[in-house]
Design a protein around this ligand. Structure first.
Ligand code: HGY
Ligand code: MN
Ligand code: MN
Length: 444
């Protein structure tokens, strides 16, 4: 990471005003949760509908035309200079993990809305600007991540319909209950030939920008990921009368397996996490006969990720044989590593430079993002915002209003640069429109 530059980036008055709006909106949406004392918003839930209704109102107030697509994602668009103009997509997600922070995904959607409002004040761009608020990036409810953006990318897999949530509700049933038609999910797919690309602003969810003393960073690539649910079947037995030699303890086998995930990933410079574990029958005086746990595995490249997974399954096989249990992984999610497009990362870099940062930080994203789905059909780039202490997926997740403001200036200039690069004379030069818009305060 490049050292801190001599100049201290300063945000425009417009960006500072918009950042205050964005942060206030994040606080508003934080109150929309299935749990009274923490933030949890999952796909196809009443909270999904509620948060989309609120954000759609903000989109319309900013002059965007809004609609919900066939997979439950919220879209807002302003037209380009010509009716058949291509589309530049911006956005992020509004769903959350359990007991989430209030900025993961949300801040990127709201920054996109304010950026579109700011740029169109100078008249239409050579492309339409479309903000997408994806409805399921985390995979919290059904285990499979990126459901919303997978539909938009046209890679929906009908095998997902039978995924079930913690209450045994299938994805198909949840779709229908939400008022969507499973047979029409394909209609959510964008037409790649119409796209200029996809830009996503997001908190870093790591400590590196803070460590580098920088507010913003440009993402080079996004982690390759796989997720598994693992079932361990042993034998429930009496806790008192069963000698160790006769035990097939599913919990202890699962515990060893979880430690093997950590040991192998540390050794191979990957990250593997066991985030959930359940045990049955779940009685103090019964040797557990069944355990289930989830594995989240990530790496910079698909090949390395798969090699590490092979080593993990070898360890599972050894534990199973030694303990006389079965250990059965089932893959529930897989996303290839996505490498951001130079054409768009150059624009993001120009945006960061325009804020006064002479050596924009560049970093790999070990967090997954909707840009991974969009990267299957168009060029993508991401702008990261400093995330103090890297705390995320936690109520203490934070991003400063000043950094949001710098991010808004950078995003506006990045879009302008993309417009200028298309040689359409959209502005007097990269950032010209953004500069003009910066001279006066936000309109809402
Ligand atoms: O899990 C992730 O990396 C992202 O926050 N969904
Ligand atoms: Mn997340
Ligand atoms: Mn996210």
């Amino acid at each position: 990471m490049s050292p801190r530059t001599a100049t201290v980036p300063v945000a425009s008055r417009r960006a500072l005003a918009d950042a205050a709006t964005v942060v206030r909106w994040c606080d508003t949406l934080a109150a929309v949760s299935q749990d009274p004392d923490r933030i949890t918003r999952v796909y196809l839930s009443p909270e999904h509908a509620q948060v989309d209704a609120i954000v759609a109102g903000w989109m319309r107030d900013a002059g965007l035309e809004t609609w919900q697509d066939a997979a439950g994602n919220l879209h807002g668009r302003v037209a380009g200079a010509a009716p058949d103009a291509p589309v530049l997509l911006l956005g992020s997600h509004l769903d959350t993990v359990v007991d989430a922070g209030r900025y993961d995904g949300v801040v990127g959607v709201l920054m996109a809305i304010r950026t579109v409002a700011r740029l169109v004040e100078g008249g239409p761009l050579p492309f339409a600007l479309e903000v997408i608020a994806f409805s399921d990036e985390e995979g919290t409810r059904f285990g499979k991540a990126l459901l919303g953006s997978s539909a938009v990318a046209g890679v929906w897999d009908d095998g997902w319909w039978d995924l079930v949530d913690g209450d045994g509700v299938t994805l198909r049933q949840a779709f229908t209950d939400f008022g969507l038609d499973p047979a029409r999910v394909g209609e959510a797919a964008v037409r790649p030939e119409q796209l200029v690309g996809y830009l996503e602003a997001h908190i870093e969810q790591g400590p590196w920008l803070e460590q580098a003393g920088q507010a913003l960073g440009v993402v080079t690539s996004i982690a390759s990921a796989r997720r598994f649910s693992v079932e361990v079947v042993g034998e429930a037995r009496h806790a008192g009368g069963t000698p160790y030699e006769r035990r097939h303890d599913a919990l202890l086998a699962a515990a060893e397996a979880a430690l093997a995930v950590e040991r192998i990933c540390r050794a191979e410079q990957h990250v593997g996490t066991v985030g959930t574990m359940t045990v049955e029958p779940g009685a103090v005086n019964v040797v557990p006969g069944l355990a289930r746990f989830a594995v989240d595995l990530r790496g910079e490249f698909d090949e390395g990720r798969d090699r590490v997974w092979d080593a993990i399954t070898d360890a599972f096989d050894e534990i199973a044989a030694r303990r006389g249990v079965t250990v059965t992984p089932t893959e529930v999610h897989r996303a290839p590593a996505v490498f951001c497009a130079e054409r768009l990362t150059d624009a993001v870099r120009a945006g960061i430079t325009a804020t006064g940062e002479s050596a924009p930080a560049e970093l790999f994203s070990s967090a997954g993002h909707d840009a991974m789905s969009l990267g299957l059909v168009t060029d993508v780039a991401m702008l990261f915002l400093r995330n103090p202490d890297g705390i995320s997926h936690h109520p203490d997740e934070f991003v400063s209003e000043d950094d949001v403001a710098l991010g808004l200036d950078a995003l506006a200039v990045a879009v302008e640069r993309i417009a200028d690069d298309r040689g359409a004379g959209a502005g007097a030069g990269a950032g010209a429109r953004a500069e003009r818009a910066a001279d006066h305060g936000a309109t809402s």
